[in-house]
Design a protein around this ligand. Structure first.
Ligand code: TMP
Length: 229
């Protein structure tokens, strides 16, 4: 049986350039003759569609006359986990099993970083504990201010997690959880996203080259760029 292909994840704040870097990485691998598939969360599957309606503030429950409430945080966290399980079983694993490299634009690290702002991190970890660990997660690290400016340039509407205070908290949450996961042996590289797109891309591809090579990435030192703060 063919060996399972590598599974890479790109993560970061909204506006950090995750989608751009994931697309560039796919093109880079395509050009080198790899079979590669780019996918994202929330997905375009049935659960992902519900999540997107919620994020765009278009999904409300009428509590009383003229009083509407969005989905509660627990339900949303469960939906992200359900969307991920569907994504994993129906998209990611079948492709990996047929030898195709998969790049996912967001995965469970997003749930750990975003949903733990309001909910217990242990519960969110538990809910996602049956999800396959990626071979490498790349975290594109940009300051919240920069992320906010980029969002404003790109969008005409603001989604749920795009206020500056929330972005700052998500940023801190990502960095704290990444440190914990590194200690648990997960392969995560933090890349400075506050540099020209091409420079970020070359750091992304350097990390991927190491992960694809036989020796892989061996130590935390090799894996980690720690930001100044
Ligand atoms: P996107 O802008 O990359 O499409 O992601 C939509 C938003 O959903 C973004 O603000 C991050 C958030 N999100 C979570 O809060 N938890 C998750 O598990 C995922 C995958 C995304």
């Amino acid at each position: 049986m063919q060996r399972r292909a590598k599974f890479f994840v790109i993560e970061g704040l909204d506006g950090s350039g995750v989608t751009t870097q994931a697309e560039r990485l796919k093109n880079w691998l395509d050009k080198r003759g790899y079979e590669v598939s780019l996918t994202k969360e929330p997905t375009d599957g049935p659960v992902g569609a519900l999540i997107r309606l919620h994020l765009a503030r278009r999904l409300f429950f009428e509590k009383a006359k003229d009083s509407f409430a969005p989905l509660d945080d627990y339900t949303l966290a469960l939906l992200f986990a359900a969307d991920r399980m569907d994504h994993l079983n129906n998209v990611i694993l079948p492709r990996l099993d047929s030898g195709i490299i998969v790049i996912s634009d967001r995965y469970y690290l997003s749930s750990l970083a975003y949903q733990s702002l309001k909910l217990d991190l242990g519960w969110i970890k538990q809910m996602n504990s049956n999800c396959m660990r990626p071979d490498l997660t790349l975290f594109i690290d940009v300051p919240a201010q920069i992320s906010k400016k980029r969002i404003e340039r790109q969008r005409w509407h603001v989604e749920l997690y795009e206020d500056i205070e929330i972005l700052e908290r998500v940023q801190q949450s990502y960095l704290k959880i990444i440190r914990e996961l590194l200690l648990e042996g997960e392969k995560i590289k933090i890349i400075n996203g506050n540099q020209p797109v091409q420079k970020v891309h070359s750091e992304v591809t350097n990390a991927i080259k190491k992960a694809l090579s036989k020796t892989g990435v061996r130590s935390l030192e090799q894996l980690t760029y720690l930001p100044d703060s």
